[in-house]
Design a protein around this ligand. Sequence first.
Ligand SMILES: [Zn+2]
Length: 145
Amino acid sequence: MAQRRARVEVTETGIRIIRKKSRISGWGVYASEPINKNKRIIEYTGEKISCAEADRRETKYQKKGQIWCFTLNRAWFRDGNVGGSMARLINHSCNGNCYSEVIKDVVWIRASKNITKGEELSYDYNTEGEAGMRCRCHPTCTYKI
Ligand SMILES: [Zn+2]
């Protein structure tokens, strides 16, 4: 089932991004053109689910070393694994080039600096080690995702 070919997509804000094998983990998302600091790049979409349902799903996902549920607030989450955009494939990094912005139940991934064509996109998941997974942003990173 795994597709191996890179895939280009134009996001809702008109940014060209490309999905290909990540330098960090699994699939990653790369800029296919320069992106200005603070530009909204892509919406993190996915099924809106309750906290209890997110807990159930995350337990299952984490066994496979995956994190899909984005926290909207204490009550609601978005599961990027169900109907999610390419944003779900953007990896965590402690020193990334993007940040997340939550406006009610909409999540935007925005550029935290000027990004050049070909750079892998990443942002801090701010999970505070809940998944207990080691960060792979750098070979010696000791942060827990
Ligand atoms: Zn790290």
